[in-house]
Design a protein around this ligand. Sequence first.
Ligand SMILES: [Zn+2]
Length: 340
Amino acid sequence: MATGEIILKLRKQQGISQEELAEMMYVTRQTISLWETNQTSPTIENLLRLKNIFGVSLDKIVCGDAEKESKFNSNSVDTICSTLAYAMGIEAPKCAAEKNVELANYIDKVFDGEKADRIVMYNPDAIAQWIYQKYPEYLDSAKKSTDKEIYLSTVMPSVTPVCFATMYTGAQPSVHGIQKYEKPIITIDTIFDALVRAGKKVAVITYGKCSIGRIFLERDIDYYHFEEGGIEAVNAKAMEVILRDEHDFIVIYNGNYDSVMHKKGPESARALAELRLNDHIFGVISNLIKMHWRHHNTLVGFAMDHGCHEIDGGCGSHGLDMPEDINIVHLYKGYAKVKS
Ligand SMILES: [Zn+2]
């Protein structure tokens, strides 16, 4: 495939019009058309810009076929942070990668060009893309209460603190500083800092010894951390916070699938039961938002950190550079304000 066809294909895949791409590239629509029909070629500067817009490697734009066999999703989880900032109309954190064009387009459509004034991120741990695809019946509520799938590659090593640090800073591990399974407090700019600067109120609801409860500490946000009571305590607090309707951005963490998956294997009955529990909680939260937040534009995400794979002895693991661990799917739903 020549570069022109590759640009055309990537543009169509991401649902961008020639006009929209022209605007993002600061060129005319005619220029895009000339590129796509191989009548002219983009300069190297333009190729680099296209690479960022499409969230793919330079190789993929220049010789798409060579990378066609890649088993990894082309968009990185580092694009989510800027997209959440974009959804709320606030400035992205300082080191964040460019936004995810597909999700940004969805947000523009669903809110009719307006911004979201509420975001709720439900973060399950370790639900791989392959699990999502193999067991759709266990994620039925999550599928039914969302209408946008975003396929992503997470970062390496594919372990929880590293991946959530990238999700909420938009930065690669070498930049945010967490490069192994450790939980120091992040010192670079995060979505939470960007939200606080914009005058937004944030709630982070977590339990146990989880990463999200630690690496984002020391910000002027509300932390609801439960040493005891597990996911039930988190769930109850999440519902209370939604009903109180005082926070603009809410993060809810559930690590049950991850902990059972490690001990019993990703496809064990016990692990699949935790999958269903995630699905159920997300469904309840989605319903609550739908019923009680009619006066808000709310973006809700079902957003995992990394995947997992089975290892010998009926156990599960993750952390490797393999599709099972790296490929994830985020599910999103925008609830537009009910106009009276
Ligand atoms: Zn784990």
